[in-house]
Design a protein around this ligand. Structure first.
Ligand code: PEP
Ligand code: MG
Length: 588
């Protein structure tokens, strides 16, 4: 029977595919297809892993001390029985043979199927065997990781589902996905995402948007109600998920899917058109990137530079082993070189809040009792608390400046003291490079304006910076006291709130009056609903995911910035700014 679920739309378009359920703890398992000629070898890998685990368990049992409790031996028997049960390894083999999943994916997919059956059992004893099953699967995965697939096989198959002829498209369904894990899914087999938790500007949502595939987050019970292999429609515009749609609904969505592909192709033709408003105002469209490889998409979309390189993704999920100066330098240099002389704004690391260093979902963070992570040690606060690490990053960024135009951006400044300490760290990093005889060129320094304190006392901050970039995602979060990653309050996350609009307008006006560059790099910049408003406020520099550039360009090509500006005050003064904007900006 068809069911509908509602969530927060975070990435546009329609995706139709079969559900792959991935437990939060299992998303870091590799997901790729093996070629038809590798199926036998992959089944062999699985068999070997199973035999290794059987050997381990038997050895454990044999070596149990005489005085060990009898239950321990019985438990190992249960584990051995589960391991050899056809419903685990036998069924996992079928995922490899029929679907061409790699062995790790096959085992974890089967765990997901069995875990549900255990959950539904009436008998307490049997239900509790789920934990044993998880332990057995964990052992099998460990054994597989000790015998990884041939690297050339993985590389040749890549992660591209679309290249695997005859395979149904797949959509990922999870309770939550940590931002770092989301990065693994870039260029992956999945054509859409659904998560139970998350808000519009949670970092998981942001990464989904950067992948330009339809996604719905905060769909509450999705991962419980959707079964593996169900056909699912994701309506990323409306935030609707339809499970097992009727043929007529499916046909309607297939039609919409084709329409949006046509629209995309049409917009793509605008990429070489200069971005100038009807009244001749040039507008800079920049790209937000998460990794150096994204620079290709930025150039392809017609971006005139990178307005935000979120470097924290280089630092995440490394088991405490942070990237050293050379590794960082190479990443920054690659992005700079790929942009071919266009400016690259590199933001210093912004970990913390919903981007913890280690792979943890928001729910896991809460479980760990990290209270109010959004108000905690994140962004520049964390960098200043780790001065050696901070200088290392600054040196790496400065060294990349020898290869093109680099600008440094500091996240979440709230206090002038942080600015002074940052300038001091920068000066010391330069001196260290001088001593080491390393090359670098002058770089501009910018501040993210995303904490209300910095927006309110902007004038004092401006004198230390060459430019500012407004991080609307956090500015909204901190102005309205709404955790951006919490779906329980996502309905209160309101970019149209008069206080938010007032702060953005103030920052743009004051920065321009001081002769400093100002851009917006939060999600508002890439949302066509705000283009007219931001143009009316005088904004001439927008930074967004590369995929969003064409539709924003289309908006501004049709806009008359001077006429829009004349109506701005009415919107800012309105009790319902969104409705007022729809009325007064309609003509411009
Ligand atoms: C923002 O806060 O608007 C921003 C661009 O930074 P991030 O989303 O990475 O916090
Ligand atoms: Mg931010």
């Amino acid at each position: 029977m068809s069911i509908q679920l509602f969530g927060v739309p975070v990435s546009r378009g329609v995706a139709i595919g079969r559900a792959v359920l991935v437990a939060s703890s299992r998303v870091d398992v590799a997901h790729y297809f093996v070629g038809a000629d590798q199926v036998v070898a992959e089944v062999g890998r699985l068999r070997q892993a199973r035999d290794t685990v059987a050997e381990e368990l038997s050895t454990l049992q044999r070596d149990l001390p005489d005085d060990a409790p009898a239950e321990l031996s019985a438990l190992l028997d249960v584990h051995l029985m589960l391991l050899h049960d056809e419903t685990l390894t036998g069924a996992a083999r079928s995922w490899i043979v029929d679907r061409h999943y790699n062995a790790e994916w096959a085992v974890s997919a089967q765990l997901e199927v069995l875990a549900r059956q255990f959950d539904e059992m009436e008998d307490d004893y049997l239900r509790e065997r789920k934990a044993d099953l998880e332990q057995v699967v964990e052992r099998v995965l460990q054994a597989l990781s000790r015998k990884p697939a041939d690297a050339t096989v993985v590389a040749a198959n890549g992660l591209a589902a679309r290249d695997f002829a005859g395979e149904d498209p797949l959509v990922l369904v999870a309770n939550d996905v940590a931002p770092a894990d989301m990065m693994r899914f870039k260029n992956s087999v999945f054509t859409g995402f659904i998560t139970d938790v998350g808000g519009r500007t949670s970092h998981t949502a942001i990464v989904a948007r950067s992948m330009d595939i339809p996604a719905v987050v905060g769909a509450r019970e999705a991962s419980r109600l959707i079964r593996p292999d169900d056909w699912v429609v994701i309506d990323g515009d409306a935030g609707i998920v339809i499970v097992e749609p009727s043929p007529i609904v499916l046909e309607e969505y297939r039609f919409r899917q084709r329409q949006s592909e046509l629209e995309r192709a049409r917009l793509h033709r605008l990429r070489h058109t200069p971005s100038v408003t009807l009244d001749g105002q040039a507008v800079e469209l920049l790209a937000n990137i998460e990794q150096p490889g994204d620079a290709v998409a930025a150039v392809e979309a017609g971006a005139v530079g990178v307005g935000l390189f979120r470097t924290e993704f280089l630092f995440m999920s490394r088991g405490g082993d942070l990237p050293d100066e050379d590794e960082q330098f190479e990443a920054y240099r690659d992005a700079v070189v790929a942009m071919r002389g266009l400016p690259v704004t590199i933001r210093t690391v912004d970990v913390g809040a919903d981007k913890p260093l280690e792979r943890m979902t928001i729910q896991e963070l809460r479980h760990e009792h990290v209270l109010n992570p959004a108000l905690g040690l994140r962004a520049i606060r964390w960098s200043l608390s780790e001065p050696g690490m901070f200088r290392q990053q600054l040196r790496a960024i400065l060294r990349a400046s020898a290869y093109g135009r680099v600008r440094i951006l500091i996240p979440m400044v709230a206090h002038l003291n942080e600015v002074r300490m940052t300038l001091d760290a920068l000066e010391r990093a330069r001196r260290q490079l001088d001593d080491a005889g390393r090359l670098y060129t002058p770089v501009e320094l910018g501040a993210m304006i995303e904490v209300p304190a910095a927006a309110i006392s902007l004038r004092q901050f401006l004198r230390y910076f060459d430019f500012v970039s407004i991080g609307t995602n956090d500015l909204i979060q901190y102005t309205l006291a709404i955790d951006r990653a919490d779906d329980a309050v996502s309905h209160l996350y309101d970019p149209w709130h008069p206080a938010v609009l007032g702060l953005i307008a103030k920052v743009i006006a004051e920065a321009q009056a001081a002769g400093k560059g100002v851009s917006v790099c939060g999600e508002m910049a890439g949302d066509p609903a705000f283009t007219a408003l931001l143009l009316a406020m005088g904004l001439r520099s927008f930074s967004m995911h590369p995929a969003q550039i064409p539709s924003i360009k289309q908006r501004l090509l049709r806009a008359d910035a001077r006429r829009l500006a004349a109506s701005l005050q009415r919107v800012l003064d309105a009790e319902a700014p969104q409705a007022e904007a729809a009325k007064v900006f309609a003509a411009g």
